[in-house]
Design a protein around this ligand. Structure first.
Ligand code: DLL
Length: 437
């Protein structure tokens, strides 16, 4: 089995710890001197760069959250002059303002390196044809896989997301061997291929690199059976770099974290204390080589567990379990991140409706669907049907353009939605992944 960067990926763990310590010290210095926000936070805690002498000292540092990125929107946490930034990506935030991330030329090189490792981990090399059906654009999926694919010398097919018939045609005609997309889209494609009636033997597809949303082992088996490929889980988040943070190897026993670039911790999301090895908790990352947007102890909100045992593949990097859920209410729908509060704040700005709403998420034919049920204002409800339809389509149009996601809007009578005595039940998620949590 090939390993892209044996020097780091198979490094003795004591040596790795030393490298992590050196890189952490540099990162803390850079953020302290270049990012006023971090300098103030550290000063408040009575610490400075001299307080950090090794990785053990990391617990003295403050946490960073998505809210901090939002408060410093768009470039406030960047640690280099903007002239050094060569790329901007973004993902949805909690109120419609996106979370903005910036990369220097050096960061793009780091990203390509970790993506080259990810693809090599999945068994890909320069002989492969990689069909990239993750979206290209502000989302990190498309371009992340793209740079990694080119780095390993594979033939990259930048088809981007959607247009299923074209995906199937090119997969067939171009002889794609690797498919990169979300697991739900992989399953959708799998069924569309079966329906197309083209014999599986006419395809050369061998492996898939799937991520950007939670998926279960059951779903993996289904994808593997239907597409007759090996389905590899890849994990990442825009704030940390994008895809390339962690990936499974062909043994599929946990995702190797690129620890020489991203230092992981598991904390209790309530007490914020670091949990003992092997516990399930919230994953926290400190980026130890990034220049554009270095983040200290970034709370991912993803729940998982770390396994420091040695993997059969020879890599020494710690493995994280498949993510089982989140410690906040963020939904991932067709790869798009969405917070119920985003919908709520948009609804509250519109007239004719009450703040009683429910989001219903489902997976129909392997594609996520999103429906909003919202109660119409008593006064409005007596109006003519044509007016109600006007209101409905205005809500739908506004939400779709804010969220970047298709949504079905249904208006219901005042008081039609069930009232709860405690917390309002705003989200009904019928997808398998939630049931298995
Ligand atoms: O989804 C980056 C990515 C692109 C990863 C392509 C893998 C493949 P964001 O849009 O910022 O970045 O969303 C990050 O998605 O905090 C997790 O909650 C979730 N997520 C990503 N990968 C996985 C995975 C990209 N393999 C958020 N399993 C993260 C479970 C995942 N959840």
């Amino acid at each position: 089995m090939e390993i892209w960067n044996r020097h780091f990926e198979c490094m003795d763990r004591n040596e790795l710890r030393k490298v992590q310590g050196e890189r952490l010290i540099e990162t803390v210095e850079r953020t302290y001197f270049n990012v006023p926000y971090y300098r103030h936070r550290m000063q408040e805690l009575g610490i400075g760069p001299e307080s950090i002498r090794s990785v053990e000292d990391i617990t003295r540092l403050p946490f960073t959250t998505k809210q901090d990125l939002r408060d410093n929107y768009p470039y406030g946490l960047f640690a280099v002059p903007l002239s050094e930034i060569v790329r901007i990506h973004a993902s949805s935030g909690t109120t419609g303002k996106p979370t903005v991330v910036g990369y220097t030329r050096n960061d793009i090189a780091t990203w390509s390196e970790v993506m080259a490792r990810t693809l090599t981990c999945a068994g890909a090399d320069k002989n492969d044809f990689i069909q990239i059906a993750y979206g290209y654009g502000l989302f990190t999926g498309g371009l992340g896989l793209h740079y990694g694919g080119e780095k390993i010398g594979a033939s990259v097919i930048p088809i981007s997301g959607g247009n299923t018939l074209r995906q199937i045609q090119l997969m067939h005609d171009f002889g794609s061997t690797v498919l990169a997309c979300t697991p739900s889209y992989a399953l959708y494609l799998a069924e569309a291929i079966i329906e197309s009636g083209i014999s599986r033997d006419e395809f050369r597809l061998r492996v898939g690199v799937f991520g950007a949303e939670p998926w279960t082992d059951n779903m993996r088996r289904e994808i593997e059976d239907k597409l007759r490929i090996k389905a590899i889980d890849i994990y990442g988040l825009s704030e940390v770099i994008g895809p390339g943070v962690a990936s499974e190897c062909l043994f599929q026993e946990g995702l190797h974290i690129n620890e020489d670039h991203f230092y992981p911790e598991i904390i209790d999301p309530e007490t914020l204390q670091v949990l003992p090895e092997g516990s399930t908790g919230e994953l926290v990352f400190t980026t130890i080589t990034k220049h554009g947007l270095p983040l200290i102890r970034y709370r991912t909100r993803d729940l998982t567990r770390l396994n420091y045992g040695r993997c059969k593949c020879g890599r020494t990097f710690v493995r994280m379990d498949k993510c089982v859920g989140r410690s906040d209410d963020m939904l991932i729908i067709r790869g798009v991140n969405l917070f119920p509060s985003q919908v709520e704040s948009i609804l509250l700005e519109m007239g004719g409706i009450t703040p009683h709403y429910q989001l219903i998420v489902d997976r129909i034919n392997n594609l996520d669907s999103l429906e909003l049920k919202v109660e119409v204002d008593e006064a409005f409800f007596l109006d003519r049907i044509s007016q109600l339809e006007g209101l409905r389509s205005k809500i739908q149009g506004t939400l779709e353009s804010y969220l970047g996601l298709g949504i079905k809007v249904t208006l219901v009578e005042p008081k039609a939605l069930e009232r709860s005595e405690g917390k309002a039940k705003r989200v009904i998620d019928k997808r398998e992944i939630q049931v298995l949590k």
